[in-house]
Design a binder for this molecule. Sequence first.
Ligand code: HPA
Length: 294
Amino acid sequence: MFERVEEAAAALRSRCGTPPETAVVLGSGLGDFADTLADAVDTPYGDLPHWPVSRVIGHAGRLVVGNVVGRAADTVLDMALDTAANGRAGGARGTRIAALSGRVHAYEGHDFGTVVFATRVLGRLGVKRLILTNAAGGVNSGFAQGALMIIDDHINLTGGNPLVGMNDERFGPRFPDMTEVYSTRLRRMADAAAAAIGVTVSHGIYAGLLGPSYETPAEIRYLRTIGADAVGMSTVPEAIAARHMGMEVLGISCITNMAAGILPHPLDHKEVMETAARVRGSFIALLEGVIERL
Ligand code: HPA
């Protein structure tokens, strides 16, 4: 695994130059953020050695390195100053990041080591902060469809763990601490960014399940009882692997639907994609606000 990770990291280094210190993984229907980056180098996953490719609708599968220029939060004055300073709008301003549009999931049949391959490549590239985003079902009935939830902690119910097997100390320790998977510092930064742009965010616990079937209403009642506010099929393995490597993690869920049994209609992936599309603007503005504060 280590050698394959290093090969992919080397390929990315030669394509994209100086590696960014921040990376964002974009969840179902949230991939558009990658298109907002300036001076971007766009790499389809298929062009990177050993990189697993997802076939889920809404997971395009490309890695974009570019600058966050904060257009969504820009004022006319900012644009004018920027143009004066750089000779063109956008210019050299902004924070360089890597945006991953598309991820692989264990429910596709990948083992958990494959699921966290990209996370490990980012870690070996020198990424220090990883922002994991996802589409999730709202378990907390106080949430509205379309709400954005900062993940305070997770419950791993995937039935697996990416660190099972021989431990490679070059990634991290055998028994990594998980007391603060989601960085308090980054969560506060997300709150500050949300307040500054007038986007309402909630906080809560994300339960990570294997999928691909959605949960039953009984499972949702169980998840609520054990303290979950949202449920999804990603993020948890990546967060564990990222903490193993010492990266700081921020998690943001888009509550694309209320979880099974809360509303009187069945769940479907189309609803997930439609809600994600509807919150696109505030989601992108929140990401930009967080990244500008890093
Ligand atoms: N359950 C699990 N995963 C999900 C859901 C859900 O309701 N919505 C989006 N991803």
